[in-house]
Design a protein around this ligand. Structure first.
Ligand SMILES: CC(C)(COP(=O)(O)OP(=O)(O)OC[C@H]1O[C@@H](n2cnc3c(N)ncnc32)[C@H](O)[C@@H]1OP(=O)(O)O)[C@@H](O)C(=O)NCCC(=O)NCCS
Length: 461
């Protein structure tokens, strides 16, 4: 992720080395601003009142929501992103290659933070640090617009998502308040080999960008992104791939999330966003209760470590058709797919000869339901990869639904993107399209936009 020249100028302004910039920074600095700070006021209220405020802000569109559509995005000035090596909005890209070659200009020292805050590289092998990261994310990552459902990442989930082969502690980048050491900001990158069109590259996947809700809208995000970029550049990598639900300059592709209710009653009761509007419980039941009790694919069983080479070949073969896809080593397959309780489930199909003919995997994301009289938690399974040479893909994914719904797993819904060949099973298996979009972005790489069915890379958050 190399920095462009324009980026350097902007950095000086935002980082505060110019006099004018310093005055501006004082005004803009992301720190608590005395008694009149509305965030402080909001934070001092009980949780239920905070939610009512959030809902009201959302209702009257006073919240500072970022653009979700291209039309909205075209009206916005992206003060930070316009300085970064990413394609401009509306630009039609036909070439392939880096946007900035900047190895010579990597800054030695970390980007400066406003007084009272310091960088802290988080050592996730330390249980108290891992716990702190869980708290930051779980208290500040909301899933829906009216703030009633919150992600609940477990420590095991974060270890899985943030420590794949080749992970680097330097890329788990936190910000703390000096006075009380409280963790208030985080951004992470994990390495991976990726192919985009004909180019194969080691890149980083950027994840878990999070700013404490009291420090929002104070331009902390650009500083986090710049610092992570610097640390990644220092290790010789120049490109990143990341996803976001908001529209930034400029998506490489935009996928839509589809949801398949497994526990329709509960989803209706918690008013889960994205369910079909105006649907009665009876209709929900008749639609979604029709899953078989048992799986139907012969030879379906849970993955073991010995299956990693067979799965790797299956995935390599099947993902080969997509323009954006991971290049998985055997260690990557073991890390990302080997079952871990409440984190990742993978099932393989073993043919009569003993060779593997299919694989389906899904990861689990838990959420907390706030202030509901009955329900406190929700579990969503997210499809990672499905590939098969013998079994019909529809049957294999239906089996995954059956397994995810089983009491031992207890998922309430199953989500999948319309990426890869997934449209072949989404409607057949009664997934319905949600309002959630997942935009894919490349940092410091130019290449033509692609349709969702050419995206073969899933990035678990
Ligand atoms: C995402 C989050 C860190 C943004 O913080 P914020 O206080 O609203 O934004 P800041 O004032 O710090 O920074 C604003 C800049 O960051 C950019 N930005 C906001 N969210 C972003 C995202 N998810 N990815 C990249 N850039 C983002 C904005 O576009 C803006 O830059 P611009 O001037 O070029 O438009 C914060 O809302 C958060 O922690 N949300 C909960 C977790 C979450 O949703 N993370 C994102 C997962 S993809």
């Amino acid at each position: 992720m190399a920095e462009s020249q324009t980026d350097k100028v902007q950095t000086e302004e935002e980082g505060g080395s110019l006099k004018k910039g310093k005055q501006k920074q004082k005004k803009d600095a992301w720190r608590p601003q005395g008694k009149r700070d509305p965030f402080e006021l909001l934070d001092s209220l009980p949780e239920s009142e905070q939610q009512q405020f959030q809902r009201a802000l959302h209702l009257f569109s006073l919240g500072t929501t970022l653009p979700k559509t291209l039309q909205q995005a075209k009206k916005r000035i992206y003060r930070f992103w316009e300085t970064q090596p990413v394609p401009k909005l509306g630009e039609t890209v036909t070439t392939h290659g880096p946007i900035a070659e900047g190895a010579a200009s990597i800054r030695e020292e970390p980007y400066s933070l406003p007084q009272g805050f310091s960088w802290d590289t988080l050592d996730l092998s330390s249980p108290p640090v891992l716990k702190e990261l869980c708290s930051l994310l779980n208290e500040n990552f909301t899933e829906d617009d009216d703030n009633t459902i919150r992600f609940e990442f477990s420590e095991e989930y974060l270890q899985w998502a943030l420590q794949p082969p080749g992970w680097q502690v330097l890329w788990h980048c936190g910000v703390r308040v000096d006075s009380n050491k409280k963790l208030v900001g985080f951004i992470a990158a994990v390495p991976g080999d990726v192919r985009f069109y004909e180019t194969e590259k080691r890149v980083v996947q950027v994840k878990f960008l999070c700013v404490h809700k009291r420090l929002r809208l104070k331009r902390m995000t650009p500083v986090l992104i710049r610092e992570l970029t610097r640390r990644v550049n220092q290790q010789g990598l120049g490109q990143a791939v990341y996803t976001a639900g908001i529209l930034l300059p400029t998506p490489l592709s935009s996928c839509r999330q589809w949801n398949r209710p497994l526990n329709p009653r509960k989803l209706m009761e918690v008013n889960y966003p994205g369910l079909k509007q105006n649907m009665t419980l009876q209709r929900m039941f008749s639609l979604y209760f029709s899953l078989p009790k048992m799986t139907k694919t012969q030879g379906l069983r849970q993955m073991t470590r010995d299956d990693a080479p067979g799965i790797r070949s299956l995935l390599q073969e099947s993902l080969g058709q997509f323009h954006l896809r991971p290049l998985l080593s055997q260690q990557d397959v073991e890390h990302w797919l080997l079952p871990r309780e409440n984190v990742i489930d993978t099932y393989v199909v073993e043919g009569d000869s003993g060779a593997l003919t299919g694989v389906v995997s899904f990861y689990g994301v838990s959420s907390t339901v706030l202030n509901h009289p009955i329900h406190t938690a929700l579990r969503a399974a997210h499809l990672l990869y499905v590939a098969s040479t013998a079994t019909d893909q529809v049957d294999l994914v239906e089996d995954a639904l059956v397994l995810a719904k089983a009491v031992s797993k207890g998922f309430d819904l199953f989500c999948a993107l319309d990426a890869m060949n997934n449209t072949g099973f989404l409607e057949k298996l009664k997934f319905n399209v949600s309002h959630t979009e997942v935009h894919y972005y490349l940092y410091n790489w130019m290449c033509p936009r692609m349709t969702p069915d050419k995206v073969g890379l899933i990035i678990p958050n």
